[in-house]
Design a protein. Structure first.
Ligand code: 0WD
Ligand code: CA
Length: 380
């Protein structure tokens, strides 16, 4: 089929390279053997406190307390009188991860001891959430993305740029949507204890500034990855397994009442849940199913390694191998495109559903995201 150059109406054609310079997201192209994905290893962690301050430790770690199977948790409780919401108009970019790298550099580079280089020994540094978006791209039909990439000392840093559509959505959320975003955090509060020997405190304040993040290292094909992701809680039994195998991801979802709802849950929601937890090697997802009034009516555990079997009966369903191969090919594409090693140069990769991934190059622009303190620190 003849393929035309895609122009967004009203935009500058110079910003849209022909598709031959892009990367296709068609599923059929990625249906091959599952690529190498090494068991992710936790190399560190950090915490963000109620004021969004960084700590190079696990002080915000929480512990999983198994709930009743039919708990009747009221997720609306505390909205809005016991709720402190993170300001999501503040764009933190990679700052917390970069801070972690500066403090923990010695743990990372083995190469520097044998050569004069003091590079990081990884090909990519990013948030887990950005990789989740890449994994789900071949199946995404609604939301596009923009990812800024900078090559610095032979490591490629990937940081998301909010799309215009995402900004409009964030600025025009309905009151109902705002409240439903709270429900997920409230569910966490019913299930998580602050310490090994305490119980969850549903009477406390929900503060979404607080976070515990794991930093993991792994390899996808020939791409060495270092990324961080927020972890909801861990198993209390420390003898059971070391992180990330002890981590538990918490989710809420609408109660499933019809076969159509079940099919949609398998085809769309389980894809996102699988991708997010598979990446850092989190083995368990505990899901609370809630009714329209925000009451959790049932709780179910999903084992991440079993999700791909669970969905195999769905017609035209997603495949983990397509997700991983697309991500691997995208990272190869980035390595080929982003060749200039310069902390102020940004290669901006953009994607919209039913289009190819394209890129533009920006020098000393508002897209530059590596802070001076990081560049300075890493140059010493
Ligand atoms: O664009 C982003 N996603 C950015 C994320 C830009 C700058 C910073 N962050 C960081 C924050 O420091 C946060 O602590 O996001 C961290 C979480 O990163 P992640 O694990 O890579 O993100 P993701 O996997 O998308 O989300 C994990 C959880 C979410 O839980 P659910 O169950 O809904 O997936 O992190 C929360 C949310 O609770 N979350 C965020 N927290 C702070 N800032 C953000 C965000 N932008 N997005 C999701
Ligand atoms: Ca969660």
């Amino acid at each position: 089929r003849f393929r035309t150059i895609h122009h967004q109406s009203g935009s500058d054609p110079v910003q849209n390279p022909p598709t031959s310079q892009g990367l296709s997201t068609r599923r059929e192209l990625y249906e091959r053997d599952f690529p190498v994905y090494k068991q992710p290893v936790e190399v560190g962690c950090f915490s963000l406190d109620s004021g969004r301050r960084f700590f190079n430790d696990s002080r915000q770690m929480r512990y999983y307390v198994e709930p009743d199977r039919n708990p009747n948790f009221d997720l609306r409780d505390g909205y809005t009188d016991r709720f402190t919401k993170r300001d999501d108009s503040v764009k933190e970019k990679l700052d917390h991860i970069l801070r972690w790298i500066v403090v923990n550099r010695s743990k990372l580079n083995s190469r520097s001891t044998t050569t004069s280089s003091c590079g990081l020994d990884v090909d990519f540094v990013t948030w887990r959430g950005h990789l989740t978006k890449l994994l789900t791209t071949p199946y995404e039909t609604r939301e596009g993305w923009s990812l800024a990439v900078t090559r610095f000392r032979d490591t490629l840093y990937i940081s998301e740029v909010e799309t215009e559509a995402a900004r409009r959505e964030r600025e025009n959320r309905t009151e109902r949507h705002e409240e439903m975003m709270y429900w997920g955090y409230k569910f966490e509060q019913y299930i998580c204890a602050d310490s090994l020997h305490s119980s969850p405190d549903p009477g406390g304040v929900v503060n979404t500034n607080e976070a515990f993040c794991t930093v993991v290292q792994t390899r996808l094909s020939d791409h060495r990855l270092l990324f961080s992701g927020e972890v909801d809680c861990r198993d209390k039994d420390s003898s059971a397994s070391a992180p990330p195998a002890s981590y538990v991801e918490l989710k809420t979802s609408a109660e499933i009442c019809t076969p159509k709802q079940r099919s949609n849950f398998h085809r769309f929601k389980l894809l996102k849940w699988w991708a997010q937890s598979f990446l850092p090697g989190v083995p368990r997802i505990v899901a609370g199913f809630r009714d329209h009034e925000g009451t959790v009516v049932s709780v179910e555990t999903f084992h991440v390694s079993k999700i791909s079997h669970l969905i195999k009966n769905e017609y035209n369903c997603w495949k983990p191998t397509v997700c991983m191969n697309f991500c691997s090919d995208f990272l190869s594409f980035v390595k080929c495109v982003a060749v200039e090693d310069n902390p102020s140069v940004v290669y901006l990769f953009c994607w919209e559903p039913r289009r190819d991934v394209t890129y533009t190059i920006h020098r000393d622009s508002h897209y530059s995201f590596l802070p001076h303190w990081f560049v300075q620190e890493m140059t010493n």
